[in-house]
Design a protein around this ligand. Structure first.
Ligand code: AMP
Ligand code: ZN
Ligand code: FE
Ligand code: FE
Length: 273
């Protein structure tokens, strides 16, 4: 396929995906993607390997990240794009997030132990630990049969072993992405089920909204695209690929065209000379 396609949302094993940065670059090229952004949760670690790997294969790669934020006690994911990869404020923020994630993972393990499901920290694989890593360890130990069951019974919001992930607000986080020279985008807006939260978000200084997403139905896509167009925001898109832990979300299953990608790419180049 010669059509220009760029997937702007995927995760490596630097956060909660299963593919290495090199494997994601190789996979992107093998399925004919021309552009990519890696959006690991709260970390930029993948870019050390991904930048030279993409260059070698002529894949256009732009900086990306997915940050967990809180707005009025609701979890909101923000995608940041095209920021400076050397930004000290963003690097510091990631380091703080990492510390918080490690503390939170230990708190979740303490709760699981109280529910007679002991797991030692050393049994968790990965660096930027999230709930999927804990869910995988629960499956491995035979406490649950699937990741879905782990979330549904224990780790999901308001379940007995849930601990929220972030103390940074949505507005603070948008500001931080802007300070790093980047563009802030509302991730998977269909997951925001409280309409008053959505209304608040639409008044915030975002630059874009994720209008094309792996799991959208056509009518959902149309809704977010229209909202984005009305605000004169960028309409971004991507698969939210996580590798084998979420086999239904294939890399390249959602993408943006050359025109949209070029806006982000030019922005990226101007902040990463
Ligand atoms: P965390 O950043 O630790 O809060 O974990 C968020 C990750 O957990 C995201 O990648 C979500 O897609 C994943 N997740 C959230 N809810 C579920 C669920 N019910 N089943 C499987 N994965 C989930
Ligand atoms: Zn994830
Ligand atoms: Fe997300
Ligand atoms: Fe994601």
């Amino acid at each position: 396929m010669n059509e220009f396609r760029a997937d702007l949302h995927c995760h490596t094993n630097c956060s909660d995906g299963t593919a290495t940065p090199q494997e994601i670059i190789d996979l992107a090229c093998s399925i004919g993607l021309k552009g990519l952004s890696i959006t690991d949760h709260d970390t930029l670690d993948a870019y050390d390997v991904a930048i030279p790997a993409a260059k070698k294969k002529n894949l256009l790669l732009i900086s990306g990240i997915e940050l967990s934020t809180t707005h009025r006690n609701n979890s909101v994911h923000i995608l940041g794009y095209s920021f400076s990869l050397d930004s000290p404020v963003l690097r510091d923020f990631c380091a703080q997030h990492l510390q918080r994630r490690l503390q939170r993972a230990q708190m979740i393990l303490d709760l699981l132990a109280k529910h007679h499901m002991p797991i030692d920290f050393s049994e968790l694989s990965g660096t930027t630990i999230g709930r999927p890593h804990i869910a995988m360890a629960m499956v491995k130990k035979g406490y649950v049969n699937s990741l879905q069951e782990a979330f549904h019974s224990y780790l999901g919001e308001e379940k007995s072993c849930y601990v929220p992930s972030s103390s940074a607000t949505t507005e603070e986080t948008i500001n931080l992405i802007h300070q790093a020279g980047g563009l802030a985008v509302i991730a998977h807006p269909h997951l925001i089920d409280d309409t008053s939260i959505l209304r608040d978000l639409l008044e915030m200084p975002f630059d874009g909204i994720e209008g094309y997403y792996g799991r959208f139905y056509a009518h959902q896509q149309e809704r977010w695209v229209k909202i984005g167009q009305y605000r004169k925001w960028l309409i971004t898109g991507g698969s939210d690929f996580h590798g084998t832990i979420k086999p239904t979300l294939a890399l390249g299953s959602s993408w943006v065209n050359e025109e949209t990608f070029n806006i982000l790419y030019q922005h990226f180049k101007s902040h990463n000379p």
